[in-house]
Structures are given as structure tokens and as C-alpha cells.
Design a protein around this ligand. Structure first.
Ligand SMILES: C[S@@+](CC[C@H](N)C(=O)[O-])C[C@H]1O[C@@H](n2cnc3c(N)ncnc32)[C@H](O)[C@@H]1O
Length: 212
């Protein structure tokens, strides 16, 4: 029987290795496969609580790099000085709110997830909105050549998100790391080598309308 096991081997390993969430092994696998991070990079982590991706990124970029996390929830974890956390809603977050830390980033991550209702269509729609917002922020904050990794539930908006990603990045692929629970509909979309000139297809008030 395919029963959900909250305390699976990744959960136990995370506990043993001092990470607050098992999701760190998803990021680790993706990084191992595509070499997402390099020392000295600036990384923005949207939906960073409880902080396992922050811990991973802090090690990957080292003390000469910068890691900025954003989440609705306050961070309880003690983190190195090159990691900064903002308690904020990504829908209200503006680039100006990050300017005192950095005006651009080399990598934008989004592990944003809505509080699930169990109603698949509703959960998938909310996940798409979060993904879309993360991609919008990546459009504004990523340097040309930068990378974006975002979690999305496979649903109705999936194909249009892939299309949007392909407009923004030269290389786009979907990744389902082994630590993803078998029954989960989540997938990570990775965009690498952000194009220097692009514009989102459905610009709203504060989006760029001309290529950067
Ligand atoms: C799966 S958790 C992230 C786990 C994290 N990557 C880690 O490894 O510790 C998803 C996070 O998204 C956050 N989140 C959901 N909606 C948000 C929003 N509108 N603004 C900011 N954070 C949000 C939740 O509070 C939650 O902490």
C-alpha cells in the first residue's frame, strides 16, 4: 500500500544531519546534477522557512556570498552572518525591499507552497500563483545569465508556466528529485542562463514592459 510516511528516511537523515526540513535533499540533488551554486554568489530563497535551503545555500556560496530568505513565517534558526531573512509576503515584496541587501541576484529559488486544502484543483491553482509571483520577482531581480528554480504542482497552468520560462531562460527543464514524495504532484522547474532581453507576456502595472 502506498501510504504517506511523514518520518521517512529523508526526514530521519535531515534530523541526524541538523537540517530542519527533508526538502534540503531535493535541492542537494538538483545542485549535484546541474551545479546551480558557486562560491561568492548572491541567492534569493523565496519561501525559506524553516531554513534548510538557507543552510545549504550558505555553505554552497560561502562567506563571500550572500543568501537572502523571505517567508511569511518568522525564522527560528540560527544562521551565519551572510544569510539575511525578511519576514514578508511575496505578493507584497518589492525589489526596493531588498535593495539594502542586494539589488540583483545570481540565483532565485522558490520552494513556496500554499497551505494545502486537500482539494487538488484549488491547491494547484494557489501553487501556480506562488510560482508565477516567484518568476515575476526573478524577472526583476536576476542578473542576465542567472538561474531560477521554482516548485509548482502539475496542473492546468503548468504548460503556460513552462512557456513563460522558455521566454525568460535559454535552458529550461523539469526536475523531480528522489526526495519528492511518490504521491506528490510537485515538480521543480529550472531555468538557466536568463536572457538579457525579455518581457513577461502579460505585463501588469509594475512589470518591465521593455527588454532589460
Ligand atoms: C515547503 S516550505 C519551504 C521549505 C524550505 N525550502 C526549507 O527547506 O526549509 C514553503 C514555505 O512557503 C511559505 N509561503 C507560502 N506562501 C507564502 C507567501 N505568500 N509569502 C511568503 N512565504 C510564503 C510558507 O510559509 C512555507 O514556510
Amino acid at each position: 500500500m502506498n501510504r504517506w510516511q511523514p518520518q521517512d528516511r529523508y526526514f530521519k537523515r535531515a534530523k541526524k544531519e541538523g537540517f530542519p526540513a527533508r526538502s534540503v535533499y531535493k535541492l542537494e540533488e538538483i545542485d549535484r546534477r546541474v551545479r546551480l551554486f558557486r562560491p561568492g554568489q548572491r541567492v534569493l530563497d523565496l519561501g525559506c522557512h524553516p531554513g534548510s535551503w538557507l543552510q545549504y545555500c550558505a555553505r554552497a556560496v560561502g562567506h563571500r556570498g550572500l543568501v537572502v530568505g523571505v517567508d511569511l513565517r518568522p525564522m527560528a534558526l540560527e544562521l551565519p552572518s551572510h544569510v539575511q531573512v525578511l519576514q514578508a509576503d511575496v505578493f507584497g515584496l518589492q525589489p526596493a525591499d531588498l535593495q539594502h541587501l542586494s539589488s540583483t541576484f545570481d540565483v532565485v529559488l522558490s520552494d513556496l507552497a500554499p497551505a494545502t486544502t486537500g482539494i487538488r484543483a484549488a491547491d494547484s491553482a494557489r501553487s501556480s500563483l506562488l510560482f508565477e509571483r516567484a518568476l515575476e520577482l526573478a524577472g526583476k531581480l536576476l542578473v542576465p545569465g542567472g538561474s531560477f528554480l521554482g516548485k509548482i504542482f502539475q496542473g492546468t497552468d503548468f504548460d503556460s508556466m513552462v512557456k513563460e520560462m522558455k521566454r525568460m531562460f535559454r535552458r529550461v527543464r523539469g526536475m523531480k528529485p528522489r526526495a519528492t514524495r511518490k504521491e506528490s504532484k510537485e515538480i521543480y522547474l529550472l531555468g538557466m542562463e536568463k536572457r538579457a532581453g525579455w518581457a513577461l507576456s502579460a505585463p501588469s502595472g509594475d512589470l518591465p514592459t521593455a527588454p532589460a
